[in-house]
Design a protein around this ligand. Structure first.
Ligand code: ADE
Length: 252
């Protein structure tokens, strides 16, 4: 089964790309798609660039051109649940586009995609459960050897937790605790925000395609996010994403 893997930024999937045995590279729509083997599995890997349009374009190509049978999105996110810390892992059971608001149109709720009639996209519960198990195994078996101790302590990471919940996506980098409070009040069980997941989920919904979205908390979307985010993606993100995907592929 061919799996499509997407990360938004090169730094987030650098080590995954380095772990791949690349058979072919195709450039489509200004993106490079790497086909080959990753941890023994046939995959197509692409970094989409940031935002919902970029992610939607990348996932559409994976589905239509490469005919992948499962889509994995991996990367970092801003934690919105106050119980989450940097390094914790979120796996989406539901995804919402938090910047979609056509509620002035008759019959359209906030966050609902007009004419599609859907405001929340749901992930497959078996895949989500497998994702949780894989992420937990990565943390308990490999994280400490993988990420440098000084980086773990800089981010105050001890034993990260793995949680399942709602991820909200929008075309905004959020560094505003007031906005985080508003989103928490509007979206039940919100765990984190990022810029791509719900767009991937919408395209997968429209194509009846299975997907799983893994996110590692890089910041808390608050006033420190502009400092924590670049530090985390430089020092730790790629280790987490490689470790989680390796574990997921070996357990799938
Ligand atoms: N991805 C990681 N942190 C984020 C933030 N604070 N806002 C949007 N996307 C993010």
């Amino acid at each position: 089964m061919l799996i499509g893997i997407i990360g938004a930024m090169e730094q987030e999937i650098k080590l995954l790309a380095e772990s791949m045995v690349i058979a072919e590279t195709r450039t489509i729509g200004m993106r490079d798609y790497y086909t080959g083997r990753l941890f023994g599995q046939e995959v197509v890997l692409v970094f989409s660039k940031c935002g919902k349009v970029a992610a939607a374009s990348a996932v559409t190509t994976l589905i239509e051109t490469f005919e992948v049978k499962l889509v994995i999105f991996t990367g970092v996110a801003g934690g919105t649940d106050s119980g989450l810390n940097i390094g914790d892992i979120v796996i989406a059971d539901k995804l919402v586009q938090h910047d979609m608001d056509a509620s002035l149109l008759p019959g359209c709720k906030k966050f609902e995609i007009p004419l599609l009639g859907v405001d929340t996209f749901e992930a497959d519960s078996n895949l989500t459960a497998l994702g949780v198990k894989s992420a937990q195994h990565y943390i308990s078996r490999h994280l400490k050897q993988d990420v440098a101790p000084e980086d773990l302590s800089e981010f105050r990471i001890s034993i990260p937790s793995v949680v399942v919940g709602t991820i909200a996506s929008g075309d905004q980098f959020i560094a505003d605790s007031h906005k985080v409070r508003t989103l928490n009040a509007e979206i039940p069980n919100l765990k984190c925000i990022e810029m791509e997941g719900a767009a991937v989920a919408q395209v997968c919904y429209e194509h009846n395609m299975d997907f799983i979205i893994f996110r590692v908390i890089s910041d808390k979307a608050d006033e420190h996010a502009g400092i924590n985010f670049p530090l985390f993606i430089e020092r730790a993100a790629s280790h987490f994403t490689r470790g989680i995907i390796q574990q997921f592929i070996s357990e799938a």
